[in-house]
Design a protein around this ligand. Structure first.
Ligand code: MG
Length: 338
């Protein structure tokens, strides 16, 4: 198999703001794996927080392309041959191999995996902002069955933000603090969020915070961990500090490890959420293939873009549906030269 990769810049429809950063664009890497005349594609959305970027992801794909060998169905062996690290790049390779397999046997990936097409409805992200501004943006999100509010502004007004949004919508709410609270701040906010009907809280404490287990025991609403949970080997520890995990392909290194994590989490009685980065329909398409294995889905990355260069995922009835076309079922839209 031959591998190639290139970087791309995605433009957001509105500025992305979370507790640790803000941006108007997202940098990603598109990977192509060729086998004879058939190509599979995958997307890497490297996460700064873990020391990854498009340069390191691109270098990983270029340095390790030869290790893929010639059998696109030998996923377990390929995974063993690839050196650890650069999980977003690995996820792109894994997605491209799944896309290739599906095209070779003329089946969508979710069928190859033996899964249902339909998953839970996706949440829609309301970026961190002033309470009235977040409420204004929430009123516009009429196509979505649930809203995910980004919190963690470190200004003592996070509960006020949720209250402002709750005043304008009856939609189910979840919050993502992105590691910004202390144990005491979480202890103060979580009962108030419970009263406002927030369904669950994602990553209130910094990853690895020694008070995680104590907060799990005290919290009136479920705690989900994201920054704490990357791969299969993290899941058992997360069961001590959370009621659920947020799986992302950019952290797990791809669909294969994500499926293992979903099953491990269920065995430990954990809720399973499937999340994403700001990424195009190519990356979102890979995640939608396994959405039916998850209790909660947060796959709005491509919908947050000004324009999605890889259409094919269908947003309907609040659900991000994987295509019924072979492989990942998305195709790159070449911009009109006019
Ligand atoms: Mg998160």
């Amino acid at each position: 198999m031959e591998v190639s990769a290139r970087t791309a810049t995605l433009e957001l429809a509105e500025t992305f703001v979370i507790s640790r950063e803000s941006s108007d664009t997202a940098e990603v890497v598109f990977v192509e794996v060729r086998h004879g005349k058939v190509s599979g594609f995958g997307e890497a959305a490297p996460i700064d927080r873990y020391g990854e970027n498009t340069e390191s992801a691109l270098a990983y794909v270029e340095e390790n392309g030869d290790l893929l060998g010639d059998d696109p169905f030998a996923l377990e062996a390929i995974e063993q041959r690839l050196p650890p690290g650069e999980w977003a790049a690995r996820a792109a390779i894994d997605a491209a191999l799944h896309d290739l397999q599906g095209k070779l046997v003329d089946l969508p990936v979710w069928r190859l995996l033996g899964l249902e097409r339909e998953g839970p409805p996706t949440s829609w992200t309301i970026w961190l902002g002033e309470p009235d501004d977040m409420a204004r943006r929430a009123t516009r999100a009429v196509d979505f069955a649930r809203l995910k509010l980004k919190l963690g502004a470190r200004d003592g007004r996070d509960v006020e933000r949720v209250r402002a949004v709750r005043e304008v919508t009856r939609a189910p709410l979840q919050v993502d603090v992105n590691e910004a609270w202390t144990f005491d701040e979480a202890g103060d906010a979580l009962p108030q969020l419970a009263e406002l009907g927030v369904a669950y809280c994602e990553q209130p404490l910094p990853a690895g915070d020694p008070d995680g287990a104590r907060l799990k025991a005290a919290s009136p609403i479920p705690i989900y961990v994201d920054e704490d949970c990357h791969r299969l080997s993290d899941v058992a520890t997360c069961a001590e500090r959370a009621h659920g995990i947020n799986i992302k392909l950019a952290k797990s290194g791809g669909i294969r490890e994500a499926v293992r994590m979903a099953h491990a989490a269920r065995a430990l009685d954990l809720g399973v959420m499937l999340g994403c980065m700001v990424e195009s329909g190519l990356g979102i398409a890979a995640a939608t293939q396994i959405a039916s294995l998850c209790h909660h889905v947060d796959l709005d990355g491509n919908l947050l873009l000004a324009e999605d260069p890889w259409p094919g995922v269908e947003f309907n009835d609040g659900i991000q549906w994987p295509s019924d076309q072979p492989g990942l079922g998305v195709r790159e839209e070449v911009p009109d030269p006019r």
